[in-house]
Ligand binder design. Structure first.
Ligand code: GDP
Ligand code: MG
Length: 166
């Protein structure tokens, strides 16, 4: 079995660092799910029974004022082709306009969205709960998973969560 996960989030939240934990495996099984070349594969995670293919969705990362309707449409179409969305934020930064831009896009798709709070190594555990509460008000996330992509904390748990859902 294989599943496609779009990875989205503002610049510098740690998307590439996270991918370094899962890159290195080739795609073993070609999924029959609709996929187009506009979706760039960033990395593949495999275990005994499953592969999770992480997809970059160009256009949705950059909340530029002049981002045209056409580009927004492309990004939304890309999101429609995946099984789930990984929305990464930085635990060390609060909620920001860039996040609202992305959440507005999420409203238009009907896919489970997993909020991944990265860089938990930078914050006191007491800071985490208010952040979680804040984001819970913004969107109905499938699950909220705190990780440290740099130190690897909870990354395996995140993969287990995806494996359960895909
Ligand atoms: P991207 O723009 O979302 O791909 O973010 P990057 O993966 O390039 O990371 C941006 C910066 O954040 C880099 O300096 C990373 O080393 C740092 N970073 C990423 N993940 C973590 C983390 O879990 N903890 C800490 N402390 N730094 C991180
Ligand atoms: Mg990057």
């Amino acid at each position: 079995k294989s599943g496609f996960v779009a990875i989205i989030g503002r610049p510098n939240v740690g998307k590439s660092t996270f991918m370094n934990h899962v890159i290195g495996q080739k795609i073993a099984i070609m999924s029959d799910k609709a996929q187009t070349t506009r979706n760039k594969i960033q990395g593949v995670y495999t275990d005994d029974t499953k592969q999770i293919i992480f997809i970059d969705t160009p256009g949705i990362h950059k909340p530029k004022h002049k981002l045209g309707d056409f580009m927004v449409k492309i990004a939304e179409n890309a999101l429609n082709e995946v099984d789930a969305v990984l929305f990464m934020i930085n635990a060390d930064e609060g909620y920001g306009r860039g996040d609202q831009f992305i959440i507005d896009r999420l409203e238009t798709i009907n896919k489970p969205v997993f909020l991944v709070i990265n860089k938990i190594d930078l914050v006191h555990p007491d800071q985490l709960l208010p952040l979680i509460e804040q984001y819970k008000e913004k969107y109905s996330f499938e699950e909220i998973i705190p990780i440290s992509a740099l130190e690897g904390n909870n990354v395996n748990h995140l993969m287990d969560v995806f494996t359960e859902h895909l």
